[in-house]
Design a protein around this ligand. Structure first.
Ligand SMILES: [Zn+2]
Length: 87
């Protein structure tokens, strides 16, 4: 009888270890972008500003209407040109 109890305890311990490992992994996968930004040694992609053509780090982008600009100035300039399209 004690042998059966022994194997039940082993099974429960293995099950808990698997569940714990899975929940920990999925928690880490949920925030990949945040984790990348926290590591200062991680390389940052350079992207081009559609307004002025300057290349700048992706994490310094100023977002406007789903487009990444190098600065607030470029974003405002892009908005101005969108409001008054040349015909
Ligand atoms: Zn720009």
């Amino acid at each position: 009888m004690s042998k059966i109890l022994f194997w039940v305890v082993i099974a429960v311990v293995v099950y808990l270890a698997v569940v714990f490992a899975r929940s920990r992994r999925s928690r880490e996968e949920r925030r990949p972008a945040v984790r990348r930004r926290r590591d200062p040694r991680a390389p940052v992609a350079m992207i081009e500003c559609p307004q002025c053509g300057t290349h700048f780090p992706e994490d310094e982008a100023v977002l406007g209407d789903g487009v990444a600009y190098c600065s607030e100035r470029c974003r405002k300039a892009a908005r101005r040109s969108q409001k008054r399209p040349q015909q």
